[in-house]
Structure formats: structure tokens, C-alpha cells
Ligand binder design. Structure first.
Ligand code: ATP
Length: 332
């Protein structure tokens, strides 16, 4: 496997090395290609990502990504948006479920749902007109974009409890009616049991009764917000992994961002990134290795080895190191 590795900014520089130690412990045949992208690169070169980077990324099988800082500068080209668009990775898949020994906000831990977020359009279209008195961002919803994310979500629902929730705001934002109609029709055609919810109502219900969800499909910004919110359900944003999937390329990253408030302190939780690596291994077909990574994460948490966001005292590298050592012992 030819793997592009992007640490990025902030805690990306801490959680990626921990995940790479875990990857190395598996002794897989991996060619690593490191790229420097993000705010740090922008400060040095005036560009956070350029065409040469895209060319290199297209030559790799998949990408493991840490996090980047995106400043509110209108001249700054977002790295994440650029990669998702250029490599056409339209489905952002974010599984939300409990890990053993970690307490979230509920006593009940029997929830396990997946947010499937449209990744290439919506309010992240990049079509903006920024002025001093009025600024606009165009919200794009297309038949093609909605259909392929609906297909992805229905296929996923078919492989799970066959239950789809379509999240939108079509009563106020009329562009969402197209998204809703296409998702509904796709679910009917695929034989998926479905319902729809307004995004504000869904945010409330998801916190109150997360066990009522199986697969959620939604547009770009709503998916972004709902998945960060779900971090509270499982105990920390530092536990949530994600995958960005297209027909040809895939890239894997923690749900969290570069967390400038804790960057450089060695206390970032690396588990979201290590579980993103697990999703990468599954995508690559290395199912046994993916299962061992998950087992090792559970073993570390059961031993009480965790970072301060989970009430622990361990550093980022200690958590990564223990998980890697567990794997080495396990595979001999
Ligand atoms: P960005 O602008 O890059 O998205 P942010 O600070 O706005 O950064 P997040 O990075 O998602 O957003 O962080 C939100 C909160 O969650 C912060 O208080 C951060 O410290 C915390 N957090 C995020 N990731 C982790 C992690 N891996 N371990 C511990 N805490 C985390």
C-alpha cells in the first residue's frame, strides 16, 4: 500500500506519530509518503496546498490525515475542501458508538450509529462573494451529489439495521427539498426503512436518545456539526474517527480539528486517529489487522491508559506506544 501521511497543524503533529507507531507495529508492507500541508506551509510558502501536492496524493492508494488549522482569511484555500473536491471523496463517514470503560453522558451505552455527510457541496461549495457590507456563500445541492450520497447511505443501511434518517432543513432552506426528495426516493427503491428529521430537532433527539438512530444521511455543514456534537455522547471528541470515501480514493482523519488550545502539550487523545487508521485498514482489506488495532485500543482503555480528556494522566505518545506494544505482543 502506498500511503500518504499528512500531519498538518496543531495536535495533528502529535496524534499522527502515535498512529504511525501503531501502523509500524503491524509489520505491513507500506510505502509512506509524507506531505507537509496546512497553515504551517501557508505561513512559509503562501500556499497551504498546491497542484504538486494533489498530483502526489493522486499517486497514493489512500491518505492518513491529522488536522489542519484554517484561518478565517479569505485568501486561504482550505486544505480539506481542496483534497475532498480534487479527489472527489464525496462520502464522509463518521461512526458513533461507545468504547469500553469510557463513560459518556448516558448510563445507556447501547447506541451505535453512523453519520454519512455529503462532502463536496452544500455550504462548503467554495462559491463565495466576500465584501465589506455584504458577504454571501452559495449553498449548492445537486441531483448527482445527492443521489450518490443517498446511494452510499442506503447501501450502508442495508448492511446494518436497514434504518435511515434523512436530516435536512427543507422547511426554511429550499435547496434541501431536492436533497430530501432524492434521499427518500433512493431509500424507497433500495427497500430501506426511512424517516426524515429537521436538523435542529435531530440535534436535540440525538443527544436525548442516540439509540434511536442507525444511519443518518445529511448535507455538508449539518453533518459536520452533528458529528462534533456526538463526541460528547461517547465521552470525548478525541475518540471519533472518520473516513472520506470516493469511487477511487479514500482518506482517513479524526473528526476533531487541530485543537490549538492543547497543541504542543502532549495531551491530545490519539485514539480518534488510531481508529481512523483502523478504518483505513478495513478499506484496504486488511481486516485481521484492523481487528487487532481495535482490540489493542480496547485493551489500553481497559487498563486505564488514557489522556486527560478521558480523566487519565497519560501522554499522547504513551497511549500510542502502549497500543503498539500490545499489538506486537499479540502478533508475536
Ligand atoms: P479547528 O479550528 O482546527 O477545528 P478547534 O479547536 O476549533 O480546531 P477542535 O480541534 O475540533 O476544534 O477542538 C474542539 C475542542 O475539543 C477543543 O477544546 C479541543 O481541545 C478538544 N479536542 C479536540 N480534539 C481532541 C483530542 N484529540 N484530545 C483531546 N481533546 C481534544
Amino acid at each position: 500500500m502506498k500511503l500518504a501521511i499528512i500531519e498538518g497543524d496543531g495536535i495533528g503533529k502529535e496524534v499522527i506519530p502515535a498512529a504511525i507507531e501503531v501502523l509500524d507495529s503491524l509489520s505491513l508492507d507500506v510505502e509512506k509518503v509524507y506531505l507537509e500541508l496546512g497553515y504551517g506551509k501557508w505561513e512559509k510558502t503562501g500556499s497551504a496546498i498546491d497542484q504538486e501536492d494533489i498530483y502526489i496524493l493522486k499517486g497514493c492508494d489512500c491518505i492518513l490525515f491529522g488536522a489542519v488549522t484554517t484561518p478565517p482569511d479569505p485568501d486561504y484555500k482550505s486544505v480539506l475542501l481542496t483534497i475532498r473536491k480534487e479527489l472527489d471523496m464525496y462520502a464522509n463517514v463518521r461512526p458513533i458508538h461507545h468504547l469500553p470503560s469510557i463513560k459518556g453522558i448516558h448510563e445507556r451505552i447501547d447506541f451505535n450509529f453512523i453519520i454519512v455527510r455529503e462532502n463536496t457541496e452544500g455550504l462548503y461549495s467554495g462559491i463565495e462573494d466576500i465584501g465589506s457590507d455584504i458577504s454571501t456563500t452559495t449553498r449548492v445541492v445537486t441531483r448527482k451529489g445527492s443521489k450518490r450520497i443517498a446511494d452510499y447511505a442506503c447501501k450502508l443501511a442495508n448492511s446494518r439495521k436497514n434504518n435511515l434518517t434523512i436530516v435536512h432543513k427543507s422547511n426554511v432552506i429550499k435547496s434541501d427539498k431536492l436533497f430530501l426528495d432524492i434521499c427518500r426516493q433512493t431509500a424507497i427503491d433500495a427497500g430501506v426503512v426511512h424517516r426524515d428529521e429537521l436538523v435542529d430537532s435531530c440535534a436535540y433527539n440525538m443527544i436525548r436518545s442516540p439509540w434511536n438512530y442507525d444511519v443518518i444521511v445529511t448535507t455538508n455543514l449539518f453533518g459536520d456539526i452533528l458529528s462534533d456534537m456526538s463526541g460528547a455522547l461517547v465521552g470525548s471528541l478525541g475518540l471519533l474517527p472518520s473516513a472520506n470515501i470516493g469511487d477511487r480514493y479514500a482518506f482517513f482523519e479524526p473528526v476533531h480539528g487541530s485543537a490549538p488550545d492543547i497543541a504542543g502539550k502532549g495531551i491530545a487523545n490519539p485514539i480518534a486517529t488510531i481508529l481512523s487508521l483502523k478504518m483505513l485498514l478495513e478499506w484496504h482489506g486488511a481486516l485481521a489487522e484492523a481487528a487487532i488495532v481495535e482490540e489493542a485500543v480496547e485493551a489500553a482503555l481497559n487498563m486505564g491508559v488514557c489522556t486527560p480528556d478521558l480523566g487519565g494522566k497519560n501522554t499522547t505518545s504513551e497511549v500510542g506506544n502502549l497500543i503498539a506494544r500490545y499489538i506486537k505482543t499479540r502478533i508475536g
